[in-house]
Design a protein around this ligand. Structure first.
Ligand code: UD1
Ligand code: UDP
Length: 372
């Protein structure tokens, strides 16, 4: 029997985290699948951290990252360079993930080569093409050219159905991020002592990197942090700062060297999961963190005005607060002062998955591509 040739393509940290369990699942059945991995390295250091943790050794590494790169260069390089990867690897199916420019361009490149595309984390939408930018259009695009849609939740399935994509190949699978999270929390012991946290203080974990937040919004977030730390002597803030220069510059300028504010390098995934577990409150504009934190029972304040992940907002464990300084201060202060509100938001829920999404996706691919 000839094997099903599955080419998995990813380029950034969150894609790597969410595709790793799928690659591992494919590798469990070497008689059925020939698993081929291509990284574009849209991210370099932040991608390599994940490859190391999950012991993934890519067959192709396009190594495209440039300092302060723009959308044109990522798109054109991925679109072109993937052609050669397809010629060499001859995949039966190409898997891409979510909404990055790597995913959009790799999906388009595969479509041009007439290779079926499977879109993992399909169907997420805010219905606003500028929020998040360019991710909303990247995912619409990836869905449009894909033949197989692996949607994490009922809402994402419904979004695909409403967008008149053929129902035949839409599958509700759960989100592979929960596979990655559960595996990582279970299998790794980590030491966070290097951060220098004070055990008697409440920890607020902060991450922010979205393009829409560059400039004034990220400065407003930093000002809110300064005000909160000044007003509350019993809190400390940890911010693993994204390597994007548009984030590094204002964050280091406004928060660098301040008491009870720990600016640290992007963390490896396992210690980051531990830090989420140890935190009292999480403030973030990240997509992945919005999915992980509710399953760890942590209240999340989202530094955005819309989200493509409405499920945990509906449950009440995630709240959209935007980027107005006063609004952020008020919402965090309310969670610090109001125990009932804190309790309501810290209920552990799992709307995004049960840890078996990768297994489901692999079963579906096997069924669809069985060559016997
Ligand atoms: C990208 C994705 C975004 C995703 C985010 C996850 C696009 C357009 N954006 O945004 O959807 O939420 O990744 O983090 O696909 N850099 C490094 N080392 C790294 C990573 C980044 O130095 O390991 C710096 C480089 O200067 C790079 C810059 O950050 O040029 C921006 O990286 P890029 O991937 O273009 O944008 P992100 O903001 O990371
Ligand atoms: N993450 C990490 N180290 C960090 C910050 C985040 O491993 O220092 C993980 C986080 O747990 C989540 C993913 O990276 O799985 C989210 O990546 P990011 O916020 O950069 O992108 P997004 O999800 O917004 O696209």
């Amino acid at each position: 029997m000839s094997k099903i040739r599955v080419l998995t393509v990813f380029g950034t940290r969150p894609e790597a985290i969410k595709m790793a369990p799928l690659v591992k699942e494919l590798e469990k059945q070497p008689d059925v699948f020939k698993s081929i991995v291509c990284v574009t390295a849209q991210h370099r250091q932040m991608l390599d951290q994940v490859l190391k943790l999950f012991r993934i050794y890519p067959d192709f590494d396009l190594n495209i990252m440039k300092p302060n790169q723009d959308l044109w260069s990522i798109t054109s390089e991925v679109l072109l360079l993937m052609k050669d990867v397809f010629d060499k690897s001859k995949p039966d199916i190409v898997l891409v993930h979510g909404d990055t420019t790597t995913s959009m361009a790799a999906a388009l490149s595969a479509f041009y080569a007439r290779i079926p595309v499977g879109h993992v984390e399909a169907g997420l939408r805010t219905f606003n093409k500028f929020y998040p930018f360019p991710e909303e259009i990247n995912r619409v695009f990836a869905d449009a050219v894909s033949s197989y849609h692996f949607a994490p939740t009922d809402t994402s399935v419904q979004n695909l159905v409403n967008s008149s994509i053929s129902n035949e190949h839409i599958y509700k699978t759960g989100n592979t991020v929960i596979d990655a999270l559960l595996h990582t929390v279970e299998n790794n012991r980590v030491d966070l002592s290097y951060i220098g946290l004070h055990p008697e203080l409440k920890t607020i974990l902060l991450t922010s990197h979205r393009r829409e937040n560059f400039g004034e919004p990220i400065r407003n977030i930093c000002k809110a942090v300064l005000e909160l730390v000044d007003k509350n002597k019993d809190i400390q803030v940890v911010y693993p700062v994204h390597l994007n220069p548009n984030v590094q510059q204002p964050v280091n300028e406004l928060l660098g060297g301040k008491e009870r504010i720990h600016l640290i390098e992007p963390m490896e995934y396992a210690p980051f999961c531990s830090l989420m577990k140890e935190s009292h409150i999480i403030m973030t504009d990240s997509g992945g963190v919005q999915e992980e934190a509710p399953s760890l029972g942590k209240p999340v304040l989202v530094l955005r005005t819309t989200t493509e992940r409405p499920e945990a907002v509906e449950y009440g464990t995630v709240k959209l607060v935007g980027t107005d300084t006063q609004k952020i201060v008020d919402e965090v202060q309310n969670l610090l002062d109001n125990q009932d509100e804190y309790k309501k938001m810290s209920e552990s829920i799992n709307p995004y998955g049960d840890g078996l999404a990768s297994k489901r996706i692999v079963e579906i691919i096997q069924k669809e591509f069985d060559k016997e």
